[in-house]
Design a protein around this ligand. Structure first.
Ligand code: GLU
Length: 328
């Protein structure tokens, strides 16, 4: 036997299948300070993984150049720490992973699954960010550039424009998946979005591709996020399949709403964590409120997220959106 190798029986009691270890991630976009809505989703993601002894990664989704505000990465880390949410390992900056995203894109190109597209700038810009509610609904790409150019060089020569890259979606292509909150979901991608952007014309990966490549590379097997990304999941599953990866499980949790029933936003007042912090509100007060919204506790102060672990059960979280009154 080689020095240092283990004998036959030494691995008894060890985890036999590393895929059985829950691996989740917090994936904030540093486009502004964290507000109560983000905090609630991150608390849930944290509880879901930590309550089962899993691994929780932190990935900063900083690819959306124009929307990334200076200092937001630091502010995000500070906000998470203030709430007491921790993670394992070093934070991963998506902007440091572009080589991996590009390799995946080359693979898709080589297999003829993507094509160059020179269509409107505004649509392509929207693909840079996670497509939140209201941003990309009702506009399936009509396939204008499909089959139009052999490659990027030809697209550039013919139009004078650098092309983006779109992933082909076949007519009537449906994707089904099980969601822990929404149950069976079936999305017809040809109606929902059509061929979708996986790389922008500046060569940077679009949100859909970057998320998939990074989740696969880091062994993320549980994705918990807000349900404005539900329809993105169908796109991501197509990409996972095309890249030969193993899909994670999905939990899309309801958004936080303001008293008028619309998604919590600036018009409802300042619900940024930094605002509460500056006003001297203790983090335990915010945690208590969020915990109550999840059916944990009566809203009174909670010293730390750890305190919530014992009673947490993902299958019992409220399925309807939480309406925040604006009062803390
Ligand atoms: N960065 C995205 C957001 O803040 C989340 C992406 C994801 O969870 O896949 O909306």
């Amino acid at each position: 036997m080689l020095a240092g190798s283990r004998g036959d029986s030494d691995d008894r009691g060890m985890v036999q299948d590393v895929n059985a270890i829950p691996v989740g991630r917090l994936a904030p976009s540093p486009t502004g300070a964290l507000h109560l809505g983000n905090a609630r989703t991150f608390l849930l993601a944290w509880l879901a993984i930590r309550s089962r002894g899993g691994v929780l990664l932190l990935r900063i989704e900083d690819l959306d150049g124009p929307r990334i505000k200076k200092g937001s990465v630091e502010a995000t880390l500070e906000d998470l720490a203030w709430l007491g949410l921790d993670w394992d390992g070093e934070p991963v900056l998506q902007s440091g992973r572009i080589e991996a995203h590009t390799l995946a894109l080359e693979h898709l190109k080589a297999r003829g699954l993507v094509y160059p597209c020179v269509c409107t700038r505004s649509e392509i810009e929207r693909a840079q960010s996670a497509p939140q509610e209201g941003l990309d609904h009702g506009t399936a790409y009509p396939g204008t550039c499909r089959g139009r150019f052999r490659d990027a060089a030809e697209a550039l020569a013919a139009t004078g424009r650098e092309p983006a890259w779109r992933f082909r979606v076949e007519e009537g292509q449906e994707v089904s998946f099980e969601d822990q909150v929404h149950g069976s979901v079936r999305i017809d991608l040809s109606k929902d979005c059509g061929d979708f952007v996986v790389a922008k014309k500046d060569g940077l990966p679009a949100y859909q591709l970057a998320v998939v490549v990074d989740d696969l590379a880091f062994g993320v097997n549980e994705v918990l996020r807000a349900d404005d990304l539900l329809s993105s999941t169908a796109r991501q599953l197509l990409l996972i399949r095309a890249l030969g990866g193993q899909p994670p499980s999905y939990t899309h949790v309801p958004l936080v709403l303001g008293p008028d029933g619309r998604r919590l936003a600036k018009r409802h007042g300042d619900s940024r964590l930094a605002h509460y912090r500056n006003m001297g509100v203790p983090p335990g007060r915010v945690l208590g409120l969020l915990a109550e919204s999840l059916g944990l506790g009566d809203g009174s102060e909670v010293a730390s997220p750890q305190e919530l672990l014992a009673d947490f059960d993902l299958s019992r979280i409220p399925l309807s959106p939480w309406v925040f009154s604006g009062e803390l």
